[in-house]
Design a protein around this ligand. Sequence first.
Ligand SMILES: Cc1ncc(C[n+]2csc(CCOP(=O)(O)OP(=O)(O)O)c2C)c(N)n1
Length: 396
Amino acid sequence: MDFPGGKVPFTEDLAWLGPGFTPRPTIPCYRALDSQGAPLPGTSLPHDIDQALATRMYETMISLQAVDTIFYEAQRQGRFSFYMTSTGEESTAVASAAALNPDDVVFTQYREQGVLMWRGYTPLDMANQCYGNALDSGKGRQMPVHYGSKALNFHTISSPLATQLPQAVGAAYALKLEGKAAVAACYFGEGAASEGDFHAALNFSATLSAPVVFICRNNGWAISTPASEQYRGDGIAGRGPSYGVPSLRVDGGDAVAVYNAVAEARRVALERRGPVLLEAMSYRSGHHSTSDDSSRYRAAEEMAAWRARDPVARFERWMAVRGWWDEARGVGARKAARREAIAALAAAAKQPRPPLSEMFSDVYDEPPPHLVAQRAEVEAFVRAHPETLPAGMPLE
Ligand SMILES: Cc1ncc(C[n+]2csc(CCOP(=O)(O)OP(=O)(O)O)c2C)c(N)n1
């Protein structure tokens, strides 16, 4: 029957579809390496990773691990107010970024700093942002880890979950209208996918045929809420086809598989001029943030088992099989990465803070009267109470 809503076959069976009636099979998880990093024969690998690419991916993941470890500790020492690690998901961020083109615009949640590092954002850039100093391109207005870089086509992170999803659809639609051969890559967690914005974004991307590569990091936990309380269907990938969005589930801890899945996703999105959805299965091995203690709600055995599946160690083993990695090289790379992260923090700590006046700039071409009044009020207050002005912060 040709309904206005679609061509639909008739049936004489009163048959429900779904769990408990006619369940669909669980979407399998595409992978190239076993849990220890041994290559699996027979994996379809349409996109080759040569030695130069593998080395760069490896070094970026090592740098990410070093920055995460050192910055996390620095926050615990009180040097800045907040930090989030991507431990356990390094391969999801770095291998996906490696498969994108620099012209692709990126929208992330907050745990994907590896994407930005792949694009050339340095540990020093990260340290300047976390300190909110005068060299932070965000001028100290954002919480730590809310990075952004216009030069690197990376939209500034915002804390309210899932806002980046409809924004990415708009950006992808604009890229299509401009005739650009680029996609919008949009990252989010399985917890964020419970927001209405996820559903609006998927439906809009499908109906507008917007070339978005949605990358869900299903790391099992949304702070203390387990994924098992987040949905009753087949995860996040299971939702894609019902919106008309081609979907694939991939092992997020397998850098080789993630690279191939994202390279294919990009190809499909550009060829079909439409969205695709990837669900990268992984585990958030660290705490949610420096404000969290995950041992309060997760079993120690569960955490230990996943830490043993470190995605970087898996990639090392794959590289070693190819003769591209050895122990000494790994030790050297880790030492260099640690040194760079420590030096970045030391340099960032020495920078002055952005002037107080910057709090009122950059939004309006001509500041409206209420902002002019607020600025005068703040300046009068700190002149009367200079002890309230953070150390090293000029007025102008
Ligand atoms: C709209 C909104 N609701 C709640 C929060 C508080 N919050 C911050 S992160 C988070 C969990 C998100 O989990 P997930 O999307 O799975 O990402 P993960 O942290 O696991 O990487 C929550 C509830 C928020 N920032 N925004």
